[in-house]
Design a protein around this ligand. Structure first.
Ligand code: 5AD
Ligand code: SF4
Length: 468
């Protein structure tokens, strides 16, 4: 196991921050503006908040439209081909805008650019991009910007420095009530279909005390929902030689005074121990919602995916959670059409879905990722066939979601109201502890608070209720 070095952002960047500030004063008549778009998972959104934090500190102002921005950064996601195609199409639009307006700086970063074939494509097909930087060097943005502001040629920094964690990077949080807190970066699991370990590097856990202090600070500032993030949160601390560290972290955070809830994602079934389940059941601030990606309900496919658990073991975890926490809700990720998967194999996934009765499923058709083990496997099933399977899965799950939701009608649920409902100013929207969306007549002062709600109506994807 290689040693992890915790570095301080200011130690390497202070000099560049000051130089950037001076350069900005010289170069721009008005305060320069930025627009950052993050694709993909919550982890990427959290990285985007750091990029925004750095830009704000240097003296840029956040704007909400591409047109108004002097600096545009697209923070890419490499998880599936669809995400990559979307990124390239947006990048094309952004560069057209740059070419017609003349004075924009365009940067691209994130998981996609960490892959050499993508880097090559950007250099060849999108030469007017100014800056390319990978997932391991976000903290060096002031240095990169200084270079860009003094030299207009495309500059690429996608080196990999996997043994580092950089702390003290400023964060511009998107919300005043909900916060994302990464507890680890990277992944060691090498599921055979997944590109993440190649682009995000080995698993690195953040320091226990630093995380607890960050959460404390957020709660003091009034944040009410803290989501702990990692590719595999329940293996947190293994690289620090800490035993049961994820549970200990939850227990420590649970002791923090104040009215707030904790969520976590994503968990891996292979690391979901009985002890962790028992511990979570006693933490009143930890939401009893379990996002536990199963990927497939067929042992043969799970083995080929390198998931390291069986269907039986997965169901035992679910059953034990249901036994200790009867109100617990579940969501999962499923890949349809993994190489070599037959319809018979897929039917086992359908059976598992019916048994668990998830509240939500995130389904994906298998997407071949260059460099992964699965990319070498024979994949004979046509896309049209896989799409049919996917539709069958969606239909099955839709019925289950509706049946699950109907059980809440007439019951009281504690709801954290987050915002006004998009599209209807008279309503507000929130989530139950089980992560189910609830809408209610608006009461402005309840937004940002936990309230008891009587559930009056169920839909497939949400509940309606009234405040009591
Ligand atoms: N193809 C399809 N889905 C994938 N995922 C990860 N890699 C792939 C891939 N190559 C899905 C998994 C994972 C989620 C974040 O994305 O279900 O849990
Ligand atoms: Fe990818 Fe598996 Fe790691 Fe999740 S646990 S990021 S699916 S390799």
């Amino acid at each position: 196991m290689s040693k992890i070095f915790v570095k301080d952002y200011l130690l390497t960047q202070n000099n560049f921050i000051e130089r950037c500030k001076n350069l900005i004063n010289e170069k721009f008549k008005n305060t320069p503006t930025f627009f950052v778009h993050s694709y993909g998972c919550q982890g990427n959104v959290s990285e985007g908040e750091k990029i925004e934090g750095i830009l704000k500190e240097i003296g840029f102002l956040k704007v909400n439209s591409l047109n108004d921005a002097n600096l545009i950064i697209l923070n890419s996601c490499a998880i599936r081909e669809k995400a990559e195609n979307k990124f390239f199409s947006h990048l094309g639009n952004v560069l057209n805008l740059k070419n017609s307006s003349g004075d924009k700086i365009v940067g691209v970063c994130g998981c996609m650019v960490q892959q050499n074939h993508i880097l090559k494509k950007i250099k060849e097909s999108f030469p007017s991009v100014n800056l390319v930087f990978g997932t391991h060097v976000i903290d060096k943005l002031p240095e990169f910007l200084f270079n860009i502001l003094t030299n207009s040629k495309m500059q690429c920094f996608n080196i990999s420095s996997e043994e580092n964690i950089v702390e003290n990077i400023p964060i511009l949080r998107t919300s005043r009530i909900k916060a994302l807190v990464p507890i680890s970066y990277g992944c060691n699991n090498f599921c055979s279909y997944c590109i993440v370990p190649y682009v995000k590097g080995r698993e690195r856990s953040r320091d226990f005390k630093i995380i607890v202090n960050e959460v404390k600070g957020l709660v003091e500032k009034g944040y009410k929902e803290i989501t702990l993030l990692g590719q595999n949160v329940n293996s947190y601390g293994k690289d620090l030689n800490l035993n049961n560290a994820f549970l200990k972290l939850l227990q420590e955070i649970n002791l923090i005074k104040g009215e707030f809830k904790v969520r976590f994602m994503t968990s891996h079934p292979k690391d979901f121990s009985k002890e962790l389940i028992e511990g979570i059941s006693k933490c009143n601030k930890v939401c009893k919602h379990f996002h536990l990606p199963v990927q497939s309900g067929c042992d043969e496919i799970l083995k080929n995916m390198n998931r390291k658990y069986t269907k039986k073991q997965y169901l035992e975890i679910i059953d034990y959670i249901k036994f200790l926490m009867p109100k617990a809700t579940f969501s999962t990720d499923i890949i349809v059409g993994f190489p070599g998967e037959t319809y018979e194999n897929f039917k086992e996934t359908l059976e598992l879905v019916k048994k668990v009765k998830f509240n939500a499923i995130y389904n994906f058709i298998y997407s071949k990722r260059i460099g992964t083990k699965a990319a070498e496997m024979e994949d004979l099933i046509k896309k049209e066939e896989k799409t049919k399977w996917l539709e069958e899965l969606i239909k099955t799950q839709n019925e289950i979601s509706y049946e699950n939701n109907k059980k809440y009608v007439g019951k009281i649920e504690n709801v954290f109201f987050e915002d006004v409902l998009n599209g209807d100013e008279n309503f507000m929207v929130g989530k139950t502890e089980g992560n189910i969306m609830v809408t209610c007549k608006k009461d402005e002062k309840k937004i940002g608070n936990f309230c008891d709600v009587e559930i009056t109506k169920a839909h497939r994807t949400k509940l309606e209720g009234k405040l009591i």
